[in-house]
Design a protein around this ligand. Structure first.
Ligand SMILES: Nc1ncnc2c1ncn2[C@@H]1O[C@H](COP(=O)(O)OP(=O)(O)OP(=O)(O)O)[C@@H](O)[C@H]1O
Length: 269
C-alpha cells in the first residue's frame, strides 16, 4: 500500500466573487469520539455549479457532506469544529435553527428513501410541516418539483399512487423532487445513483445537470465517469483531508498531486 504525503496538497482558488459562493467551510474538523474523520477542510462551493467529492472508501466524503447541513448532529459523540458559512452566517453554531437551515440546504441519500405515502404526499409532507396548507399552492409546487426532477410526465396521472410502487430510479428522482420542493439553495447528494441501474443513473445525472441552473450541488460519488460527466469542480479527499481541488477537467486529465493521479487512473494504493 503506497503512502501519500498529507501535506502535499493543491487547492486551486478560483477567486469568484463572494456573491458567487453558496457555501464555504473554513478549517472544518469532525470527530466521532476519538476518531478525527475530517482534519481541517476548507472549500468553497460556487453557486449554480456541481462539485464532486471523490476519494477512497473511509476518507471522510460522507462525513464532510453530512456536516454541511448538520446531519452529523444526529450521531451521538460527534464533534464538529470550524466554520460553515452560508449567507454570511456560520451555520455550525449553537444558535442556528437547524430545521429552518435545512430548508435552504437539502439532502438526498444513497438509497432512495421515499416515505410510505403517495407520490403527492411525499412532496407535500415537509411543506405542510412548515405550515403550507393551501391546496392550489401545494399542487403547483408538486408539479414544478416533479418537472424539475424529470418525473412529472411519468407520474402526473398517478399522484395518489404509493411512492413505493415506483422503480428505484423513479423513487430517487422523487426524493430529489421532495428535496427541491422546499426550494433550497444547496442540494447535497450522497452517492445518489449507486443503487441504480445504468439507465436510471443516466436519468438522475441528466436531472442534476438541469438542476444546477437553479441550485448549487455537492455530490459524493465513487463513479469517476459520473464525476467527470456532470461536475464542474472536484475535490479529492484522502484520510480526512482534501489533497486536491480543481476544475473537474483538470483533476481528470492533469492532476497536480500523485495521489489524485493514482486514484483517478485506478492505480491507487
Ligand atoms: N456514524 C459513524 N460513527 C462513527 N464513525 C463513523 C461514522 N460514520 C463514519 N465514521 C468513520 O469516519 C471515517 C470516514 O467515514 P465516511 O463514511 O465519511 O467516509 P467515506 O469516504 O464517505 O466512505 P465511503 O466511500 O466508504 O462511503 C471512517 O473512519 C468511518 O469509520
Amino acid at each position: 500500500m503506497k503512502e501519500y504525503d498529507l501535506n502535499d496538497t493543491h487547492i486551486t482558488k478560483f477567486n469568484p466573487k463572494v456573491q458567487d459562493i453558496a457555501l464555504t467551510t473554513n478549517d472544518l474538523h469532525v470527530w466521532y469520539g476519538q476518531n478525527e474523520a475530517i482534519k481541517g477542510v476548507s472549500l468553497e462551493f460556487e453557486k449554480n455549479k456541481i462539485t464532486s467529492l471523490i476519494g477512497p472508501s473511509g476518507c471522510g466524503k460522507s462525513t464532510y457532506l453530512r456536516s454541511l447541513n448538520r446531519m452529523n448532529d444526529e450521531i451521538a459523540g460527534t464533534k464538529v469544529t470550524g466554520e460553515i458559512m452560508y449567507e454570511q452566517t456560520n451555520i455550525n453554531s449553537k444558535q442556528i435553527d437547524v430545521y429552518e437551515m435545512r430548508k435552504h440546504i437539502g439532502m438526498v441519500f444513497q438509497r432512495p428513501n421515499p416515505f410510505s405515502k403517495s407520490i403527492y404526499g411525499n412532496i407535500t409532507f415537509a411543506l405542510k410541516q412548515h405550515g403550507l396548507h393551501d391546496k392550489k399552492q401545494l399542487d403547483e409546487i408538486v408539479e414544478t418539483s416533479l418537472k424539475q426532477a424529470a418525473l412529472w410526465d411519468q407520474v402526473k396521472d398517478n399522484l395518489d399512487k404509493s411512492a413505493h410502487a415506483l422503480s428505484g430510479g423513479q423513487q430517487q428522482r422523487l426524493c430529489i423532487a421532495r428535496a427541491i420542493a422546499l426550494k433550497p439553495d444547496v442540494l447535497l447528494l450522497d452517492e445518489p445513483a449507486s443503487a441504480l441501474d445504468p439507465i436510471s443513473t443516466s436519468k438522475v445525472e441528466e436531472t442534476l445537470v438541469n438542476l444546477k441552473e437553479n441550485y448549487t450541488i455537492a455530490i459524493v460519488t465513487h463513479n469517476m465517469q459520473q464525476a467527470a460527466r456532470i461536475s464542474d469542480y472536484t475535490a479529492f479527499f484522502y484520510m480526512g483531508k482534501v489533497l486536491e481541488y480543481d476544475q473537474t477537467a483538470k483533476i481528470f486529465t492533469r492532476p497536480k498531486i500523485q495521489a489524485t493521479d493514482d486514484y483517478v487512473s485506478g492505480h491507487f494504493g
